[in-house]
Design a protein around this ligand. Structure first.
Ligand code: FES
Ligand code: FES
Length: 215
């Protein structure tokens, strides 16, 4: 359910080519940079938009409740900016092509593959990363539940699994086992720790409900 939604959101709409999409994204970015609104179908504006390789545009991101103003290349993924520009390495990169879920973050509380999300797409959205789940210096509920239920082996998929569960519980505070399975089905675990991941999700739901459902 949620993973399908994620993949659908990440995939280009039918009839919209990658080139078309990137051009549209660049159009918005230039509108932002110049203060001139970009008008769809306006060939004058369209032909004026040339973003050279290596050229950056400004973007404002809201990450874990903090606004950050950055210069990014329109082609940069959110995963790249989080890890390489902001050194927020809680977000992992596995496949870097929308297959494993290791890079999952929340965008407006919905799990998204950050490797398949352009940074410019995430402007004006609320972005939550693994670091944003911490409760001060302490682990957040989902993180603690994973530790208590031993829901990892090598741990590489774990940040993405935690974010997928966090996203699930934000939309469904009391999920059934089937809903949990569906909720993390976009996140692969090559170590096969799924049974414990499901137990951790249940425990995290109990923890959150016990404290009134907050994140
Ligand atoms: S790194 Fe993004 S889905 Fe695998
Ligand atoms: S714990 Fe190793 S990939 Fe999931």
């Amino acid at each position: 359910m949620e993973d399908n939604h994620r993949k659908k959101k990440n995939a280009a709409e039918p009839g919209v080519t990658r080139r078309h999409f990137l051009t549209g994204t660049g159009l918005g970015a230039v509108g932002l940079a110049t203060g001139v609104p970009a008008v769809e179908g306006d060939t004058k504006t369209d032909s004026a938009v040339v973003i050279e390789a290596g050229q950056t545009v400004p973007v404002t991101l809201q990450i874990n409740g903090v606004r950050k103003r950055l210069l990014v290349e329109p082609r940069w993924s959110l995963a790249y900016v989080l890890r390489e520009q902001l050194v927020m390495t809680g977000t992992k990169l596995g496949c870097d092509r929308g297959e494993c879920g290791a890079c999952t973050v929340l965008v407006d509380d919905v799990p998204r593959y950050s490797c398949m999300t352009l940074t410019l797409e995430a402007e004006d959205s609320k972005i939550t990363t693994l670091e944003g789940l911490l409760d001060g210096e302490e682990l957040g509920d989902v993180q603690r539940a994973f530790a208590e239920k031993d829901a990892f082996q090598c741990g590489y998929c774990t940040p993405g699994q935690v974010m997928a569960v966090e996203g699930l519980l934000r939309s469904n505070p009391d999920p059934s086992i089937e809903e949990i399975r569906t909720g993390v089905s976009g996140n692969l675990c090559r170590c096969g720790t799924y049974p414990n991941i499901f137990k951790a999700a249940h425990l995290a739901a109990d923890m959150k409900r016990g404290r009134g459902g907050g994140s």
